[in-house]
Design a protein around this ligand. Structure first.
Ligand code: HEC
Length: 122
């Protein structure tokens, strides 16, 4: 493989990675707005919305050092198991639903986590 070909491949892969990340953020923003804004304030989408006892995404991302882990696993953390089903993951069956359940894929979870990262203050 000559040097120029290798460099071209590298550049193509870099752009593909950036494009995939941009898609994840866009899809994550939509999923968050559709499924999380009922309780959470999310960026500038619903500054006066959410439920006041629920932390905003900005607060979670900017106040908690381990926010990424929390976004990766939020569906297992109360109160979410009572409202949110992740397709392919068994729901705890000792919790009744307290509202219309939200159904997501693990891809949605990854995308929301990618979007949440963009709310980090520079
Ligand atoms: C029914 C209301 C409700 C919905 C819908 C909801 N949340 Fe939450 N969420 C809460 C509340 C209340 C807390 C605070 C829990 C606490 O302080 O223990 C919270 C906390 C969190 C946390 C911090 C978790 C922790 O305790 O470590 C994350 C991350 C989170 N939510 C993500 C999401 C995402 C992503 C969605 C949408 C897919 C979502 N939430 C939908 C009510 C909700």
């Amino acid at each position: 493989m000559n040097y120029r070909f290798a460099m071209t491949l590298l550049i193509v892969f870099a752009f593909q990675t950036i494009a995939t990340m941009a898609d994840a953020v866009k899809d994550g923003r939509t999923a968050a707005q559709d499924h999380c804004s009922r309780c959470h304030v999310i960026g500038d989408y619903n500054p006066n919305g959410g439920i006041s006892s629920t932390p905003s995404f900005q607060l979670l991302v900017n106040a908690l050092k381990d926010y990424q882990e929390r976004f990766d696993t939020f569906y297992a953390r109360p109160p979410h198991p009572a409202v949110i089903i992740i397709q392919g993951i068994k729901k705890r069956d000792d919790l009744p639903y307290n509202a219309a359940p939200v159904k997501l894929t693990l891809k949605d979870v990854e995308n929301i986590a990618a979007f949440a990262k963009t709310l980090k203050k520079k």
